[in-house]
Ligand binder design. Sequence first.
Ligand SMILES: CC(=O)N[C@H]1[C@@H](OP(=O)(O)OP(=O)(O)OC[C@H]2O[C@@H](n3ccc(=O)[nH]c3=O)[C@H](O)[C@@H]2O)O[C@H](CO)[C@@H](O)[C@@H]1O[C@H](C)C(=O)N[C@@H](C)C(=O)N[C@@H](CCC(=O)O)C(=O)O
Ligand SMILES: Nc1ncnc2c1ncn2[C@@H]1O[C@H](COP(=O)(O)OP(=O)(O)OP(=O)(O)O)[C@@H](O)[C@H]1O
Length: 453
Amino acid sequence: MSDVNFNRDAIKAFRFVRREFDAETGVARLVYAFDDGPELVETVTIPGAPFALDKTRRTAVDAALTLLHLIAGVSYYKAAVPKDIQVDYATLDRDTAALLVEIYRHGLGEFAYRNGLNLDNHIRFPHADAAVADAPTVGLKRHALTAIGGGKDSLVSIEALRGVDVAQTVTWIGGSQLIRACAERTGLPTLNIQRQLAPELFEYNRQGAWNGHIPVTAINSAIMVLAALLVDADQVVFSNERSASYGSLIEGTGEVNHQWSKGWAFERDFGEYVEQRIAKDLHYYSLLRPMSELAVARQFTKTTHYDAHFSSCNRNFHILGERPVNRWCGVCPKCHFVFLALAPFMPKPRLVGIFGRNLLDEESQVPGFDALLEFRDHKPFECVGEGRESRAAMAALAARPEWQEDVVVRRFTREVAPQLETSDLSIDALMVIDDEHRIPSDLWERLRAHFAA
Ligand SMILES: CC(=O)N[C@H]1[C@@H](OP(=O)(O)OP(=O)(O)OC[C@H]2O[C@@H](n3ccc(=O)[nH]c3=O)[C@H](O)[C@@H]2O)O[C@H](CO)[C@@H](O)[C@@H]1O[C@H](C)C(=O)N[C@@H](C)C(=O)N[C@@H](CCC(=O)O)C(=O)O
Ligand SMILES: Nc1ncnc2c1ncn2[C@@H]1O[C@H](COP(=O)(O)OP(=O)(O)OP(=O)(O)O)[C@@H](O)[C@H]1O
């Protein structure tokens, strides 16, 4: 690897070289290159091989593999962001190219902002006008592959699906032991998909590649779609809440959404593409889309079953490097937000027990909570709820005797609350269930009753 040379400014083109899937082993190989440089090979391994694929299913698998190849390329493309993009093995149609431009442009929004890059009109996938075939109906079994991320959100979905008797397999990508422990705790069938990034990428990073956030949920979604076709499931279920559609408002720049591929625009466009172009009977949706983060947090508190197992702190999930010692680092925006979002709905000793400390009674945490409140700062680039959710949660705590003396809450009452509209601080308004989602209608009727119980 030491003989790899990477000069991002000298690169002219990013190439999608080829993609292969071996049904005997379940290994997908996604191959990329910059110019005529070394091949960058990412592998994704779906357990359960060998897979017997009839002609119709093979067609759908090929389409899903191509979509995965095109989306997962974003990890490598970002290293140099060249203007020229080439797909060596296919001519894309207009709709596919448009979906990819959307995913790359918005999914790299935070990356571009932080690196001072202007990607407007920069990303273009080559395409031609051509007739496109409709997706086949594969005849998939009624079964959900439910993505699990180790945090509260997917556990809420898993319990909701269990509550309405939907058969499911709890599925995750990567080698996280924390996610495995949560998945096993559900007592449901599990599926662990392995993903190895091309090792050259880490060397490119050391040599000065552009680096930054990528739309990882888009990649995970495309992996899950491929897996669903192979293991025979007609639903891919994510747990992205309504709040994920709202980004950070940056003065002079506008909205930048760290969680863009968790948002509604991605879910809608990706889900429609899957049904129109991959398999008519494969349904991709987020079960929590109608709900705010606070509504999901309230739902999570209804069971204590996962208290000693789950964590939403992203420091657990690095491929390389550090992990927090106690599941919760206690100082990152996700720890701050999850603590604050659960606090109005959970007895204080239970919450402090989960985190091992009271984050709202530590003076040094004030700036972190200020950013969540959008007070003298913008919402952090993390998977956290809207500013109005944090403000409403904090206002609720300010009215509770057990919380109101804690240093961060006291400071909110003294300095932040007087500058806010009281009408903006209602938790009830944020509990309203929305109609914008892709949940199958018969299932949604039953879920609504489950959530209301
Ligand atoms: C765990 C984490 O937050 N990682 C982000 C971090 O990466 P870092 O360099 O500190 O370490 P590693 O995660 O070990 O990654 C090493 C390098 O590998 C590249 N890379 C990794 C995964 C991938 O899918 N593609 C890649 O290209 C990258 O060059 C890494 O440097 O900082 C990175 C740069 O800002 C982030 O890209 C890493 O984020 C991961 C992709 C990740 O999985 N993050 C999720 C925890 C996450 O942020 N989820 C979002 C979902 C938002 C969405 O739209 O999908 C969320 O929870 O809000
Ligand atoms: N490694 C993974 N494999 C598969 N799906 C994942 C993985 N990590 C996250 N997800 C899914 O991506 C979506 C967004 O992840 P996110 O981290 O917001 O959810 P979470 O871990 O369930 O809850 P929390 O918001 O409390 O962290 C969820 O549907 C989650 O299940």
